[in-house]
Write a protein that binds this ligand. Structure first.
Ligand code: NAD
Ligand code: UFG
Length: 340
């Protein structure tokens, strides 16, 4: 299949492209590089031996988006492009609504015009709000979402549902990610956050490298196994493979799948797994709870197993070792490399 990957220069997109190429698909990317670096495309080529065209523009630009659909025939689209920082979305809600919704509408209108029916969309466990755990796909969504970023995911899911209802030949798959961590085993591609990381694993690896002094653990008084927050961490390569499974098993209409391991891990457990996997101690301190955080959630991932024939294969320890390999070999992410 010939696949358009929006946001393909980003963390999850880049790993997914490697899996798509390995499975024999061909890929083109649209990315405005607002949260990524074109160097990643060179590394994808180095790892895969295949060249992937990168179109650098904003997906909100209808003229340019139509331009690439005119130039190539796509069998499907994987839509990663969007803004994703939860905290920032509470400071800049309009930027988040404009970027995430407008780019998706532009993409959907263009797909409709060019008769492209298959879409895989990056949603998030955040759409469940504060439901009962483990989260399964039959729970209602949209209640108790604590930030504009999460709202955009919920609204886009509804837009996709309505569009699939109006034209039953569409095949729209919504993937609700739990917490992606890890990196490609080569150490050549990985997560490259700018500034101070918001997420736990990049913060841990930056403490391990000496870039930051210690980790603040947000809350140790939750009603969880050890008082710290519990999440379902999933290796990014397993997550990437989930996109392939979604493409290969796509059905007409709208469907949603959790992509998680089905297992909860606390912050302290993740720190210990990292220390075990790398031999590097992680100094930490307990800090107040972070606003908007839920105590505990993890996936019921059985629907993806039954219908997409997908499940996670990698362990938390492998994810920790791979995250560390990426961080230690690329202390400044993609920024250090100078292009010839
Ligand atoms: P990322 O920021 O690394 O990748 C997103 C890419 O989209 C970036 O390369 C960015 O430059 C690009 N982009 C942003 N706005 C764009 C626009 N208007 N036009 C063109 N390109 C644009 O993020 P990621 O972690 O790879 O996440 C990918 C998707 O998965 C996002 O939609 C995110 O919301 C979703 N998601 C991520 C997580 C997570 O924890 N990483 C969890 C759940 C869902
Ligand atoms: N945490 C710390 N210290 C830190 C960072 C995080 O203790 O410096 C804790 C958090 O309190 C939470 C856990 O580590 O208990 C995980 O936090 P992350 O920020 O890594 O991830 P979240 O679960 O808050 O959210 C992530 C993404 C969202 C996505 C969600 C999907 O950031 O975009 O997973 O489940 F929607």
């Amino acid at each position: 299949m010939h696949i358009l990957v929006t946001g393909g220069a980003g963390y999850i997109g880049s790993h997914t492209i490697i899996e798509l190429l390995q499975a024999g698909h061909t890929v083109e990317v649209v990315d405005n590089l607002s949260n990524s670096n074109a160097e990643v495309m060179r590394r994808i080529e180095e790892l895969s031996g295949k060249k992937v065209p990168l179109h650098v523009f904003d997906l909100k630009d209808k003229v340019k988006t139509r331009g690439i659909f005119k130039a190539s025939v796509f069998d499907g689209v994987i839509h990663f492009a969007g803004l994703k920082a939860v905290g920032e979305s509470t400071q800049k809600p309009l930027t988040y609504y404009r970027t995430n919704l407008d780019s998706t509408l532009t993409l959907l209108e263009t797909m409709q015009e060019f008769n492209v029916k298959q879409l895989v969309f990056s949603s998030s466990a955040t759409v469940y709000g504060s439901s009962t755990i483990p989260y399964n796909e039959f729970l209602s969504t949209g209640q108790g979402i604590t930030n504009p970023y999460g709202q955009t995911k919920y609204i886009i899911e509804q837009i996709l549902k309505d569009t699939a209802k109006a034209d039953g030949t569409n095949c729209f798959t919504v993937l609700r990610y739990f917490n992606p961590i890890g990196a490609h085993a080569s150490g050549r591609i990985g997560e490259d956050p700018s500034g101070v990381p918001n997420n736990l694993m990049p913060y841990i690896t930056q403490v391990a490298s000496g870039k930051r002094k210690r980790l603040s653990i947000f809350g140790n008084d939750y009603n969880t196994i050890d008082g710290t927050g519990v999440r379902d961490y999933i290796h990014v390569v397993d997550l990437a493979k989930g996109h392939l499974a979604a493409l290969e098993n796509s059905q007409q209409g709208w469907s949603a799948y959790n992509l998680g391991s089905g297992k909860g891990t606390s912050v302290l457990e993740l720190i210990h797994a990292f220390e075990q996997a790398t031999g590097i101690p992680i100094p930490y301190e307990f800090a107040p709870r972070r606003a908007g955080d839920l105590p505990e959630y993890y996936a019921d991932a059985s629907k993806a197993l039954n219908e997409l024939h997908w499940k996670t294969e990698k362990t938390i320890e492998e994810a920790c070792a791979d995250s560390w390999r990426w961080q230690s070999q690329n202390p400044n992410g993609y920024r250090e490399t100078t292009q010839p």
